[in-house]
Every structure is written in C-alpha cells, then in structure tokens.
Design a protein around this ligand. Structure first.
Ligand code: SAH
Ligand code: SF4
Length: 333
C-alpha cells in the first residue's frame, strides 16, 4: 500500500486528529473568511448533477448587474472582508471582457490588500491571462471526479483532460489555483476517491474545495441515493496531511447535509469559511442542490452565526486576505 492508500484506510477519528494537528501547526487557530457572491445563475452547460443546468426550465434565472455587485463589495469591504469570491454559471452574456472590466472596478474599490477570486467556468489560457492582468488573483474550478468515464457521463461528454489542462493554464497565467471534487457521485468507489486525492496532489493546488454530492430533484441524477458526509471528511483530512499549506474551505454543501458539517470539517483540517453575501432576493435561486443553508439570513447574520459556531471549535475568524501558504512560498522562490 502506498501512503495515500494507507491513510485512506486509517480509522476516521485518528485521521481527523492528525489532520487537525497539521492544520494547527500551519494556520494556528485562524479561519479565513471569504465573501461569496453568486452573481448569475444563467448557464449554457448541462451538468447532470447541477440544479442550475441549462435544461432545468424550473430554475428562476437572474443576473446581477455591475453596479449591484460593486455595491455589495463596497459594503463588505468597509466592514473588513478582504477576499471576495464571484461565482456564476457559464453565462453566455458574461464575456471575458465584461469580467475583466468588473475585476478592474473591484480592484479599484478594494486595493491590493484584498484578493479577488473568480469561479465562472472554463476559459482559454489567453483569457485567463487577461483576467489575471485585470486583477483576478485566484480561480476556482473543480475537476469534480478523477474518473474519466464518470466525468464524461455527468458532464455531457466533456473530457476530464480538458478541465485538467485548464487548471495548468491557470497556474501558468499566475493565478492561485483552486479545484476539488464531490463525493458520493453515482458509481464512485474508494479507488475513485483515492484518485481524486492523488489528482489534487499532482496538480499542486493552492485551494481545495470538496463536499458531498446532493441530488437535485430536477436533474438527471435525482434518483441517486444520498451518501453521508463521511467520505468528504475523510478525503479532506488526508488532503490536509498531504498538502499542509493549502487553503481548504469547510463547504456549504457539507453544512447543508449535516447541521454540524462545517464544524466537523474545521475539526478535520479545513481553514476557510465562505459566508454567502449574495443579496437575499437572489440567493434563493442559486440552487445547485436542495436544502442549501443560509438562504433566509442576510450575510451579516450568516457571519454572526459562523462566529458563534466558531467558539465551539476553539477557532477564531481571520479577516485578512489569507493567501495559501503553498502559494506564498511558491512566489518567494
Ligand atoms: N459554473 C462553475 C461554478 C459554479 S458550480 C463551475 O461549474 O465550475 C460550483 C460547484 O458546485 C461545482 O463545481 C460542483 O462541484 C458543485 N455542485 C454542483 N451541483 C452540486 C450538487 N448537486 N451537489 C453538490 N455540489 C454541487
Ligand atoms: Fe453550469 Fe457549473 Fe452547474 Fe455545470 S456545475 S451546470 S457549469 S453552474
């Protein structure tokens, strides 16, 4: 057995304590905060797992305009947030030129001490470079699963290698690179999950987001039975041990499936939380999966409840920009 396999078959409690110890050594008790704005749920893709896929005609679509996005950023920048994550579907009306203009305006408001993360689907290397030049510091694009056949099946024939190549393009463009996967996809096995962990390591990711797949009733994968969050917790703990300096969020999907899911992730090596600061009138329609938490509370209440929950884990919120250690070290060399 190699090291990853050995870790994979270790008792879960032992594994999470080891991961928590590594996390504490690298990040102390700090948990970085990122403000998440889901600015458009239009999508030209038809991923079988996702509630805002093109073919879900029941989804009520919205697109925030530039001024709306900037006013959310102004407000939260004044309150001290130093990382903003802008996420959307692959919206055909949001061109790279438009995203670049938005990034420039955001940087004018927030300055260099804040980081801008985008997560809007796949682009070419040239486009990623344009985004970098306009002020995009980080990019999130999950590979979803390391199983090529499964990937193609749930992403309508797309190829895993194209996604992986785009992740290398991001790095070459000088962008802090984030990816990750879902656990509990249909047909997934222990080997698939071990493969997912290996791919994170091979890509030397700076940020790794993972969480349970939650079947959405209006998608082709509605029939899949729900797995518990245990696979996600196990994978997270192993990734923390193998990639100690990476930024790893306690994900909303985990908190949506289990009321203490995010705390469990923080106790298993996660060091990032992403409160949802999308305006209330829109966030209820960004439904990638059912049962999503924080839909009925404004961003401020979301942060208050996170702060209270933090107390139970012995962690404290850190409002700084919080680059991944792997990235800062890489750029010092
Ligand atoms: N359109 C962009 C970003 C939005 S989707 C993209 O696809 O990259 C963000 C992430 O939500 C996806 O990468 C996927 O891992 C997750 N997601 C989508 N549907 C989900 C579901 N049913 N359960 C859990 N996570 C889901
Ligand atoms: Fe679109 Fe992303 Fe959902 Fe796929 S996962 S349908 S690309 S929003």
């Amino acid at each position: 057995m190699n090291k990853i396999e050995e870790l994979y078959y270790t008792d879960l409690d032992k594994l999470t304590s080891a991961a928590a110890e590594v996390c504490g050594r690298y990040f102390g008790s700090s948990v970085y905060l990122r403000g998440l704005i889901e600015f458009s749920n239009h999508c030209s893709m038809d991923c079988h797992y996702c509630g805002i896929r093109k073919s879900n005609y029941r989804a009520a679509r919205y697109r925030m305009d530039e001024e709306e996005i900037l006013s959310v950023i102004r407000c939260w920048h004044e309150q001290g947030l130093r990382t903003f994550v802008l996420q959307s579907g692959e919206d055909p009306l949001i061109s790279v030129t438009r995203l670049c203009r938005l990034a420039e305006k955001i940087k004018n408001i927030t300055g260099e001490k804040s980081a801008l993360t985008l997560s809007c689907g796949i682009f070419t290397k040239k486009q990623f470079k344009e985004l970098k030049n306009a002020g995009c510091d980080r990019y999130l694009m999950r590979f979803e699963t390391s199983d090529e056949r499964l990937y193609s099946r749930i992403r309508n024939g797309l190829k895993l290698k194209d996604r992986v190549n785009a992740l290398y393009d991001l790095r070459e463009a000088g962008i802090e690179t984030g990816s990750g996967f879902m656990t509990g996809l249909p047909g997934e096995t222990d080997e698939t999950r071990i493969g997912n962990i290996k791919l994170c390591k091979k890509l030397e990711l700076n940020m790794i987001g993972l969480g349970p797949f939650i079947p959405h009733p209006h998608t082709p994968l509605a029939y899949v039975s729900q797995e518990s969050i245990d696979h996600a917790i196990r994978c997270l703990a192993i990734i923390r041990i193998l990639m100690p300096g990476a930024n790893i969020p306690a994900t909303t999907a985990t908190g949506s499936l289990d009321p203490s899911g995010r705390e469990k992730m923080l106790s298993a090596g996660a060091n990032v939380l992403m409160p949802n600061i999308t305006p209330d009138k829109y966030k209820k329609d960004y439904l990638l999966y059912p049962g999503k938490i924080c839909l009925n509370e404004p961003g401020s209440e979301c942060i208050d409840s996170i702060t209270m929950r933090m107390a139970s884990t012995g962690k404290k919120l850190d409002w700084s920009r919080g680059d991944s250690l792997s990235w800062s070290q890489l750029n010092e060399q």
